[in-house]
Design a protein around this ligand. Structure first.
Ligand code: AP5
Length: 216
């Protein structure tokens, strides 16, 4: 059992790989993006504020996301947690370290998924997901077998995210380089960092991540 963090810019493939690890290894995905989208659809005042921030491609406050993770970290860890999209700032990284210590757990590996910006634009603008089960697809690289129907659950509720457009993506990338990329140095210094080529085919990326996991 290992707890890992998938670190990378928007569209690096964090969600795609996390879902494979859930299916293939029984790990538990903790995606702050998914948690925030759930809060958004709750229609509460906090949910509406979060929705505005996300649509612009900006980061939600540290306080909110740390609170969300705090609630989950004492729950069922399956065969290990996959932190997907958290932490995204240095204060969030410090908070995660404190939460893990408090609950007697360790963060075993941080996997940086490296992808260049040109590929990210193509990935994000072609992405769609199943609104029912969350399966992730792409117009070119991972279309559904039957047009408009999810391969996993058969639903025809296919959705595109409001922040998956070029303007919001530019802002998301800026947030990543300004606030999240310093975490690469932070985890390197803590000797927890592994880097994989996120530009490779999905199976190749999965094999590289499996190699890291098998060391823990
Ligand atoms: P979040 O939902 O975390 O989005 P993100 O980090 O921008 O990442 P994405 O989900 O867009 O991409 P991904 O890396 O999961 O790629 P995917 O696997 O889907 O966050 C959204 C927003 O929430 C943030 O902007 C912020 O406002 C807020 N937020 C979340 N966490 C926060 C935090 N901790 N603090 C503050 N604010 C926070 O893949 C993308 C596409 O590429 C798919 O179509 C897929 O099929 C395709 N693909 C994947 N891998 C490959 C491959 N190897 N080859 C070809 N295509 C591939």
């Amino acid at each position: 059992m290992a707890n890992i963090l998938l670190l990378g810019p928007p569209g690096a493939g964090k969600g795609t790989q996390a879902k494979r690890l859930v299916d293939e290894r029984g790990m538990v995905q903790l995606s702050t993006g998914d948690m925030l989208r759930d809060a958004k659809s709750s229609g509460t005042e906090m949910g509406n504020r979060v929705a505005e921030v996300m649509a612009k491609g900006l980061l939600v406050t540290d306080e909110i996301v740390i609170g969300l993770i705090d609630e989950k970290i004492t729950g069922d860890a399956g065969r290990g947690f996959i932190f997907d999209g958290f932490p995204r700032t240095l204060p969030q990284a410090d908070a995660l370290c404190a939460l893990m210590m408090r609950t007697g757990q360790t963060l075993d590996a941080v996997i940086e998924m490296r992808v260049d910006d040109a590929a990210l634009v193509a990935r994000i603008t072609g992405r769609f997901t199943c609104g029912n089960c969350g399966a992730v697809y792409h117009d070119q690289t991972k279309p559904t077998a039957k047009l408009g129907f999810c391969d996993v659950c058969g639903s025809n509720n296919m959705v595109r995210r409001v922040d998956d457009n070029e303007a919001a993506l530019r802002q998301r990338l800026m947030e990543y380089y300004k606030k999240t990329s310093p975490l690469i140095g932070y985890y390197y210094a803590k000797k927890q960092l592994y880097t994989v080529d996120g530009l490779a085919a999905m199976d190749v990326v999965a094999a590289a991540i499996a190699k890291v996991l098998d060391r823990h």
